[in-house]
Write a protein that binds this ligand. Structure first.
Ligand SMILES: NC(=O)c1ccc[n+]([C@@H]2O[C@H](COP(=O)([O-])OP(=O)(O)OC[C@H]3O[C@@H](n4cnc5c(N)ncnc54)[C@H](OP(=O)(O)O)[C@@H]3O)[C@@H](O)[C@H]2O)c1
Length: 329
């Protein structure tokens, strides 16, 4: 059986996240695209050999040749279109964050939303992440004392959706979300905000963010997330875990296909390894197909996205900034 996927938005991320990934997942076929401007959608369809173009997002949701949609829009627009897609009986793979804030997402999840709803937290589905969790579970690091995740992307120009409050911009929501999600995966819920600072704030949008989280089950442990879209900071993504018996540093846990390395330092010495250069998006798309076609609930479902959103909202609040917007239907 083929999963026929429609695209809401002709976004920059879509070729990597879905179109090329579908080459590795033969049971997924991209059948239609809709963009705000139909001419742009038509060009996108031609470039990527997508058979059909719809005049609007709403028209795409009514198509019979679409079973599921991939949503890659501004973060403020994700939830409203996810909700509309689910109401049309389409399964949803939605870019992160699934919602600009927790409140709006909570109200969707209070109802039975029907088809599969999955947040595109692609890194989780890559074997590199499985290896991180395996090392932690093995106890090689001893008692965990400190975790940190950093993600900085310098080439985000003025006018980008990430730089406007209206489109739910901000370094924490766009980049820091990975650190918060990783901490939740590693420690479990609930995380508590100890401190948070936003810097380079313009019209409510944080260019840089630093948040420190704690967890009652890990006394003394701090989990620090730093995120930046400042043009002055180099492109970097790393995760580090320090424990009483050893440490682990993961270079590039978010895009392992661009090169990554795990460095495990313990009593046994230093071990460096890399896992698999396959893009995380291929594993993510397979997980989505498994969820829709085989009923295998995704790890990054609506409830998981809500738990992340709760922490992100709390971090913004502690830093003196409002939660990001989520459009309503
Ligand atoms: N998973 C990952 O690795 C990854 C990487 C990058 C981005 N993302 C996520 O993917 C999403 C899209 O990111 P992107 O960089 O691909 O974005 P983008 O290309 O700048 O924008 C995505 C789409 O949003 C619509 N849009 C743009 N500006 C808008 C505005 N002012 N108001 C309403 N709609 C607007 C457009 O839809 P139309 O085509 O219909 O005009 C555009 O194609 C974001 O949520 C981001 O967090 C994920």
């Amino acid at each position: 059986m083929t999963l026929r996927l429609g695209l809401l938005g002709a976004a920059r991320i879509t070729p990597a996240a879905v179109i090329y990934a579908a080459d590795a997942v033969p049971e997924v076929s991209v059948t239609a695209v809709a963009a705000r401007d139909i001419a742009r959608a038509a060009v996108f369809a031609q470039e990527h050999a997508i058979p059909a173009v719809s005049e609007s997002y709403g028209e795409l949701l009514a198509r019979d040749d679409v079973d599921a949609v991939y949503i890659a829009l501004p973060a403020s627009h994700h939830l409203v279109w996810a909700e509309a897609a689910l109401a049309s009986g389409k399964a949803v793979l939605c870019e992160k964050p699934l919602s600009g804030n927790a409140l709006a997402l909570r109200s969707l999840l209070q109802k039975d939303h029907g088809p599969v709803l999955m947040e595109a937290m692609h890194y989780v589905y890559h074997p590199l992440w499985a290896r991180v969790e395996e090392i932690l579970r093995a106890g090689t690091l001893g008692t965990l004392m400190e975790i940190a995740m950093h993600f900085s992307v310098p080439h985000i120009p003025p006018g980008d959706i990430r730089r406007s409050f209206h489109t739910a911009g901000g370094a924490l929501l766009d980049l820091g979300i990975y650190g918060v999600h990783m901490f939740r995966r590693l420690l479990g819920d609930p995380l508590t905000v100890a401190s948070a600072e936003a810097a380079g704030v313009e019209e409510g949008v944080d260019e840089r963010f630093r948040g420190v989280l704690t967890h009652a089950a890990y006394p003394g442990l701090t989990a620090t997330v730093t995120a930046s879209m400042s043009p002055k900071e180099p492109l970097a993504a790393w995760l580090s875990l320090s424990g009483s018996e050893g440490s682990l540093r993961v270079q590039n846990p978010v895009a392992p296909q661009l090169g990554h390395e795990l460095t495990l330092t313990s009593k046994g010495g230093e071990l460096r390894e890399s896992v698999d250069p396959t893009p995380s998006y291929c594993y993510q798309l397979q997980a989505f197909a498994d969820a829709v076609l085989r009923g295998k609930g995704p790890a990054t479902d609506g409830a998981d996205a809500l738990a992340t959103a709760v922490v992100l909202d709390a971090l913004y609040k502690k830093a003196g900034l409002p939660p990001r917007p989520a459009l309503e239907r």
